[in-house]
Design a protein around this ligand. Structure first.
Ligand SMILES: [Zn+2]
Length: 191
């Protein structure tokens, strides 16, 4: 058996089923539309307006300069996608944690109530983190509502996503909140 055949057997036997399993792991977010950025797949509910998300996110010129990335204004979806990539670069720089192959998801409910209901359904407790959004490592997904789609809120959760993908051994929840809060603070400071 050649090495190449051996490697492809290993891939088929172990790696492929794992990736199929990951694909089929569903969080129950339900019907949605999608846009794709470099670092995120964004799914949003039918009653969410992309224009509204862009207006709320309000990524600034100084964000673009600090992130070394420009917002693409050629369409609303490209605007939103590149704004999120700018925030990803900013959060990575603030934490000094760089993951070049990162790809996560952002899932947007129309209202905070829908977000709360979704979380309660899964965990039967109040919303964690800031109370406006949360990150679930099992799905590598940030969950947020259109009502609170703000750069500090999203930046905080991107901080969680970056940490979760960066550390092999996860720091305590308290430390993760302190670091995500630091990203939020830096974004607020440079508004
Ligand atoms: Zn948090």
């Amino acid at each position: 058996m050649t090495l190449r055949v051996f490697i492809s057997l290993i891939f088929t036997a172990f790696i492929l089923p794992v990736s199929l399993w990951a694909d089929s792991a569903r969080d129950g977010f339900g019907e949605s539309s999608q846009i794709e950025s470099k670092f995120f797949k964004v799914s949003y509910k039918p009653d969410v307006s992309l224009e509204g998300l862009v207006t709320q996110l309000n990524v600034s010129k100084s964000d673009e300069i600090l992130a070394n990335l420009s917002v693409d204004n050629s369409s609303t979806s490209k605007q939103l996608a590149t704004m999120l990539d700018v925030l990803f670069n900013r959060a990575s720089d603030v934490l000094d944690m760089h993951i070049y192959s990162f790809k996560g998801e952002i899932k947007v409910f129309a209202t905070r109530q829908e977000l709360t209901d979704f979380y309660n359904n899964l965990f039967h407790t109040a919303l964690p983190c800031t109370g406006y959004a949360f990150y679930l490592a099992d799905y590598n997904s940030i969950y947020v509502s259109a009502e609170y789609f703000r750069r500090e809120v999203i930046g905080h959760e991107i901080g969680h996503a970056v940490m979760s993908n960066y550390f092999v051994v996860q720091p305590s929840v308290k430390i993760q909140e302190v670091l995500a809060g630091y990203v939020e603070y830096q974004l607020k400071k440079s508004k």
